[in-house]
Design a protein around this ligand. Structure first.
Ligand code: URA
Length: 432
């Protein structure tokens, strides 16, 4: 019988844990034998001391072993694809990519997560839709990928239950931004859910967990290695998260923007990332197309309405109503105005993410309910020119007091100057 306190102490002091010890700790936690406070202390020790690559692999394996696993490709007789982001602000990419890829005839099956820290989570965004079920059983998940071509679920009691618990714990104990913990969390979900090929969007910058391209590259390499050991094909896009992606930040607001993008009416930066991710997923699929042809097919699916039809089928299949009328709206919408004229030289993604969190779009403790209606819409972004008094952003809030606080926070996220900022590419690197 392991003594968790001894393992925590060894990690705290810079020692190494073997695979059996990590497995016992994680399985004990998933069974409820090891309490939250000991895992929180363990995660903090990992945060400061790190994990070796052998430990990271063992942690990932232990998390997978906390539940059952799927081989989606074998079940469907098709190559199934998946995509995952390491977490950003305004990152609703999956919500648009899934239906576009499905409309192109490629099965897409994915396990997502909830908001983490100042970043949003796909499951929370989907739950803006009344009735939408993120907890499908294993059989329901497989059947839906087979019949609808698309299913997105949360971690369950069956599939990586250890990540479900750890994820919620890390969210509120300042232990998210560690390469090994992120890699094990993401890759345990990807491997357990059973897709054959995975595009990972590794976010870089102020609003990401990895602030520099060098750190993001280490995270990408770690995940590619975990994927390779599980015989999965993994491509990592390293993408800019210095400013929010698209305009909307906040659950229902982001869902609306994702649907607009599936209709061909999305913001340029977001649409570009969605098309790039779709192109790479189609190139990894069994369609036998290259990235350029993948992109052409993704553009066609948007233009001919088949992506929107796939979106509607998917939402209905998981119990929701795809009409935007059912999405909640915030009671107060306040304006953030430019204090003087100039170019937007900076729009801090982390500051906007934290503002949305404080408005109620994210959690402060594990059991917090979130408010799907609130958030921020950034009407002006880096490089845009504004005149004094022009609208920079909207704050969608529960009441006037929250709105006033949100306006102050979002205004502080903007920097305006006389000269335009240098261009920054959206896709900074691609690793495979
Ligand atoms: N996404 C995940 O699924 N896990 C993390 O730890 C970070 C982002």
């Amino acid at each position: 019988m392991i003594r968790p306190a001894e393992l925590i102490q060894r990690k705290r002091d810079g020692g190494e844990l073997d695979a059996d010890e990590l497995r016992d700790l994680i399985l004990g936690y998933a069974r409820g034998d090891v309490p939250d406070y000991q895992l929180a202390a363990f995660c903090m020790a990992v945060y400061f001391r790190g994990l070796s690559s052998a430990e990271t692999y063992a942690l990932t394996q232990a998390m997978i072993a906390s539940g059952t696993t799927l081989e989606l490709g074998a079940e469907l007789g098709r190559r199934v694809v998946d995509k995952h982001s390491t977490g950003g602000v305004g990152d609703k990419t999956t919500l648009a990519v899934g239906p576009i890829v499905a409309a192109c005839g490629v099965p897409f099956g994915k396990m997502s997560g909830r908001g983490l820290g100042h970043t949003g989570g796909t499951l929370d965004k989907l739950e803006s839709i009344p009735g939408f079920r993120v907890e499908l059983s294993r059989d329901e998940f497989v059947a839906q990928v087979r019949e609808i071509g698309l299913a997105i679920i949360g971690q369950t009691a069956d599939l990586v239950p250890a990540d479900k618990q750890l994820y919620a714990l890390r969210d509120v104990t300042a232990t998210v931004d560690n390469v090994s913990l992120i890699a094990a969390s993401i890759m345990s979900k990807k491997i357990a859910a059973g897709a054959d090929a995975i595009v990972l969007d590794v976010k870089v910058g102020d609003g990401a967990f990895m602030k520099t391209l060098a750190d993001a590259t280490i995270l990408a390499d770690t995940m590619i290695d975990l994927g390779r050991r599980a015989r999965r094909e993994v491509v990592c896009l390293l993408t800019d998260m210095d400013q929010p992606l698209g305009r909307a930040v906040g659950n229902a607001l982001e869902l609306r923007e994702a649907v607009a993008t599936v209709r061909g009416e999305g913001p340029a930066d977001f649409t570009e990332l969605v098309l790039d991710a779709c192109a790479r997923l189609l190139a990894l699929s069994d369609l036998g197309v290259d990235v350029a042809e993948g992109r052409r097919r993704a553009e066609t699916a948007i233009a001919d309405g088949s992506a929107l039809a796939a979106y509607e089928r998917w939402i209905r299949a998981q119990g929701g109503d795809p009409s935007e009328d059912v999405l909640s709206e915030a009671a107060v919408v306040a304006h953030v105005e430019a204090p003087h004229s100039g170019y937007v030289t900076r729009l801090g993604a982390a500051a906007v993410g934290v503002a949305a969190l404080h408005l109620g779009a994210g959690r402060r403790t594990k059991d917090d309910a979130i408010d799907h209606s609130v958030g921020v819409v950034c009407r002006r972004k880096r490089g845009d020119r504004v005149a004094a008094g022009e609208l920079l952003a909207e704050v969608h809030a529960r009441d006037e007091a929250d709105a006033a606080e949100g306006v102050r926070a979002v205004l502080a996220a903007y920097e305006l100057a006389a000269d335009p900022p240098p261009d920054r590419a959206l896709v900074l690197d691609v690793l495979a």
